[in-house]
Ligand binder design. Sequence first.
Ligand code: NAD
Ligand code: MG
Length: 386
Amino acid sequence: MTQLPEKHIAVLGSTGSIGRQTLEVCRSLGIRPVALTAHSNTELLAAQAREFLPRLVVVTEESLASSLKIALADTPVEVASGPQALEEAATLPDADTVVGAIVGVAGLAPVLAAAKAGKTIALANKEPLVSAGALVTAAVKEHGARLLPVDSEHSAIFQCLHAGETRDVAGVLLTASGGPFFGKSREELASVTVADALKHPNWVMGAKITVDSATLMNKGLELIEAMWLFDLTPDQIEIVVHRQSIVHSGVVFADGSLVAQMGLPDMRSAIQYALTYPRRYPVEGMSKLSLTQIGSLSFATPDRSTFACLAACEAAARKGGLYPAAVNGANEGAVALFLEGKLPFLQIGELVQGAVEALRLPGEVTLAALLEADAAGREYVRQFHK
Ligand code: NAD
Ligand code: MG
């Protein structure tokens, strides 16, 4: 076990893919989280609580609170439920770092609360930044909080920024694996199933982000995420398909140098880096990156007409204001329908793009307006899906 300065962390979404890998990192570094939260998987949450004995566990689905309380009755762990309790977990005075690993815009309220409480936020949950980047970054600034990216591309960019000065940054390279459907035509995609979309070539992730990777929505969301994290315009971000997921992304400096970060596709490195920054420690059980074993690395331009979600996010990013919230809401609605088997794969892109084109969203960026834009995106999908 590696000895590192004492860390006090709260893990929001501890039962998910990122949450579970965060706890693996905690195990290997000897970190005992002070709070854990989940939406409905109380069985796993209870097991995690028994292992780590945090001060607080939260299940957001209130009807499950009593069974969780019974499961943990013989432990000192406090059990709470509901949205208020989630914010409590995000702002616990005894946590200095909050890991944001909830999926979707459902993570916005706790991320905002953590920012307002001046926490260091290790952020995997990209949707709050996509929808409400202006509010989240303003709260971070105002309350002396800090955002450390966990998304592997953004962690890579963050690492590469250390090679120069911010004023000398010309742009960034954002790599995309291309997902399971890279190179396929619209005709070939017409009949793909949920199971096909859930087979990602390089990463094992939660269902929503796996579908987002198949539609390239994930890269569109990451473009907007990068704009907020690193103060970039869409034109400064070049998206490149890189099938091997070894070059995790990079920064282009004024002199034309591209500084990129490479590694094996294993989210534990990005999670661990956010938790130990600026130090680096071995990642338990991770094999060494061997470029000779990989042999060659390839790079290609994404197909924006087949993968309309990417074009839709780029359009929303350019329009700015409330459009990123709407594009994200439309996508969350469409992906939920797709996963229920109620929407063909290609319609995700059509509806997400349709929402950006059809919705009229003037007005100021306030929390209420962003939530309305998110709802308008979802409503557009509900109305127009066949
Ligand atoms: P997941 O579906 O595996 O886990 C989601 C977690 O959020 C679970 O703990 C679940 O209980 C909780 N949750 C779900 N709905 C909730 C709600 N309404 N309220 C409160 N909690 C809720 O998702 P994941 O793959 O771990 O992804 C989490 C986030 O990290 C996403 O935003 C994703 O885009 C991002 N991300 C994931 C990966 C990855 O490798 N999985 C990589 C980069 C970024
Ligand atoms: Mg990513």
